[in-house]
Design a protein around this ligand. Structure first.
Ligand code: PLP
Ligand code: TYF
Length: 393
């Protein structure tokens, strides 16, 4: 049966990780996959998570199934983090999923179930898996203009002009904060304009928020999402604990449906559970149990928030440091890096220049020009600045 298959296309980001491992040069630098790293280049277990894990080890009595929706304490905590003080709070329902990836797929399946001829509008560019996941669920995908390659910021005018054409059969997928891959976020005014368009033209807003706390802070990073939630009848959210709890491999996330009533939201939740049954059935428990433990304990929550703030500050320091290092080498061509948010920046380097960075300098960045700021180390900023200037000459 399977002989007729052609070879799979490698994941452009995950395959970089393997190439990096195989590189024997001591000066090599991994700016590829979106994983947070500390100043030693490590991705440690967060203290709050570690303490929750110890508690869980002592108190957990069984590994019996939890249920289709996963941990309901976790689900409630996810809604609290994102929409607590909005009018949507009482008309929303959440399902624990295997990462935000699981949420993206479940929500895509839900859209297909409700309306098979849905078109999902995705920013150009966007997270590598957005298009494949939507298409795998049977949905059509259309790109909207987003990144201005000249200014390295969002081209709001072009984006809003295109989104004004989206109608009732359309879904507009937005990054909640810390846009992957560009690092360029829409402004609060853009969120307001998109909310108004959704209400005027009837498209469904879909927010994917995988980096809450990595931009301007936990609350600030949800401000756009909250404005939407407050002002539209219906919207969907995919959220992730991979980055802000450092739970990557534990596959921890949630799908949230906001409707005009709690009853409607719960109906959608029920249909997601039925879809999950036809797929992976139930999400893995461990990561969600850790998050629920942290967020239901004031002391662990305080520890987690301060760790998250520290990570956020490190990213900002590195952004400022890299910009300065390039300036110290006589150029202001990379000043935009300081203005970007979160873990990533699209540098504007071409595929050829990215290959040159890798071959000549041992610097691994994604082919679309994206670098992971968390992969930088203070003592290597000058090396990177020189390399960037060398390949862009
Ligand atoms: N959405 C975006 C925008 C991402 O960058 C990622 C990164 O991994 C995901 C979703 C998937 O996250 P998860 O690990 O929770 O599946
Ligand atoms: O964009 C990133 O680097 C992260 C991690 O297929 C990731 O979101 C990368 C590739 C992939 C899934 C997740």
């Amino acid at each position: 049966m399977f002989k007729q298959l052609t070879e799979a296309q490698p994941d452009p980001i995950l395959s970089l990780t393997q190439m990096f491992r195989d590189d024997t040069r001591s000066e090599k630098m991994d700016l590829g996959i979106g994983v947070y790293r500390n100043s030693h280049g490590e991705t440690p277990i967060m203290q709050a998570v570690f303490q929750a894990e110890q508690r869980l080890l002592e108190t957990q009595k069984t590994k019996a199934y939890v249920g289709l929706a996963g941990d309901e304490v976790f689900n409630q905590a996810m809604m609290d983090l994102l929409i607590k003080d909005t009018s949507a709070y009482g008309r929303a329902a959440a399902v624990q999923t295997p990462g935000a990836s699981g949420a993206l797929r479940m929500l895509a399946d839900l859209m297909y179930l409700a309306q098979p001829d849905t078109t999902v509008w995705i920013s150009n560019p966007s997270y590598v898996n957005h298009k494949p996941v939507m298409e795998a669920a049977g949905l059509k995908v259309k790109l909207y203009p987003y990144f201005d390659t000249a200014t390295k910021q969002v081209n709001s005018e072009a984006m809003l002009a295109e989104l004004a054409k989206a109608g009732p059969k359309d879904v507009v997928l937005l990054h909640g904060c810390c846009h992957n891959p560009t690092g360029a976020d829409i402004s609060f005014d853009d969120w307001k304009a998109i909310t108004a368009l959704a209400n005027k033209n009837g498209f469904l807003p879909f927010v994917d928020i995988a980096y809450q706390g990595f931009g301007d802070g936990l609350e600030q990073d949800a401000a756009g999402l909250r404005h939407l939630a407050d002002n539209v009848e219906e919207m969907i959210v995919a959220t992730s604990c991979s980055k802000n709890f450092g739970l990557y491999r534990e596959r921890t996330g949630a799908a949230i449906v906001i409707s005009d009533s709690l009853k409607e939201a719960q109906k959608s939740k029920g249909r997601i559970l039925q879809l999950a049954r036809a797929s992976y059935t139930m999400p893995p428990d461990h990561g969600a149990a850790l998050v629920a433990t942290v967020l239901n304990d004031a002391s662990l929550t305080a520890t987690w928030k301060s760790e998250l703030t520290e990570m956020n500050q490190r990213l900002r320091r590195l952004r400022a440091g890299l910009t300065q290092a390039v300036r110290d080498n006589g150029s202001d061509a990379f000043d935009f890096i300081e203005k970007h948010k979160g873990m990533f920046s699209v540098t504007g380097l071409s595929q050829e220049q990215i290959i040159q960075l890798r071959n000549e300098f041992g610097i691994y960045a994604v082919g679309d020009g994206r670098i992971n700021i968390a992969g930088l180390q203070e003592q290597k900023l000058d090396y990177l600045a020189r390399a960037l200037l060398s390949v862009s000459r």
